[in-house]
Design a binder for this molecule. Structure first.
Ligand code: IPD
Ligand code: CA
Ligand code: CA
Length: 260
């Protein structure tokens, strides 16, 4: 199953890369700074077909179009392009994210970055991999940590709180980054390239696949209260290696986040 999902992600990645050669047609969606291109739609349709063949009994929850699931037992949760704003700008840091969840628990996760040809993957209970090699979170403490964050761009009412928390973390850690792809940020923690990430609201397709990848790499992911993520709903999210995740609570930073 995992290998088949990876194959589907690689194939869909070819469509994404066509965006480097052909003009990108940008349309706005509901909410602030929320864009969709013909590539988001084409990648999603390609994956809908391919994943149906891999597991016909699974429902499909994708970001584009009518993002709804009837909550059946098995569901693919798909972000055709995570990092659409980067994609539109030719920033070359975006990914395809595919999770297969059973009763609200992610069993398989695949995140593919077609620019670097990196495939991050995990099957529950079997560890996390990058291009087949096992990956682990780092052991760096807060003072040495590289912190990622997302700005919840589609909900400007969260900007104040996001930047306040980012500043608090910046004061304690080595530095901060804002990459533009939540899925790749979480995979970077899994691979030991950074230590912590937060965003005050993320959608299931942003985090489903990479939340399993980070757990299987020995990292921690939850709501900022410490409560488990609700996989089929929007969530505020924190994730980290163990030392920085624990320091977040020990230093009372969870109190900075009003959304529980
Ligand atoms: C977005 C990216 C971004 C995050 C946003 C997401 P999209 O996904 O992951 O890093 O800050 O909250 O919505 O719209 O490019 O698929
Ligand atoms: Ca996304
Ligand atoms: Ca997207």
């Amino acid at each position: 199953m995992l290998e088949e999902i990876i194959r589907a992600a690689r194939e869909a990645g070819k469509i994404m890369l066509e965006g480097e050669k052909e003009p990108i047609d940008v349309k706005t969606k509901a909410g602030a700074a929320n864009f969709v291109t013909q590539y988001d739609l084409a990648v999603q349709e390609n994956l809908r077909e391919a994943l149906k063949k891999i597991c016909p009994e699974a429902d499909f929850l994708g970001e584009e179009g009518e993002a709804k699931t009837t909550g059946t037992e098995l569901v693919f949760i798909v972000d055709p392009i995570d990092g659409t704003t980067n994609f539109i700008h030719g920033y070359r840091h975006s990914a395809i994210s595919i999770a297969l969840a059973r009763e609200g628990k992610v069993e398989y996760g695949v995140v593919y970055n077609p620019y670097t040809e990196e495939v991050f993957s995990a099957k529950r209970g079997e560890g996390a991999r990058r291009n087949g090699e096992t990956i682990r979170v780092s052991n760096r403490p807060m003072e040495e940590a590289l912190i990622c964050f997302g700005t919840s761009p589609y909900d400007p009412s969260l900007a104040e709180a996001s930047f306040r928390l980012a500043k608090k973390l910046f004061d304690r850690a080595a530095d901060i980054r804002r990459s533009g792809s939540a899925a790749l940020d979480l995979c970077a923690i899994a691979a030991g390239q950074c230590e912590f990430d937060f965003e005050l609201v993320l959608q299931p397709w942003d985090f489903a696949a990479s939340s399993l990848i980070i757990e299987e790499a020995g990292g921690c992911v939850s709501r900022p209260s410490g409560a488990p993520l609700r996989i089929l709903e929007p969530n505020p999210l924190i994730a980290g290696n163990r030392p920085v995740y624990e320091a977040f609570f020990k230093e009372g930073l969870d109190k900075e986040v009003e959304i529980r």
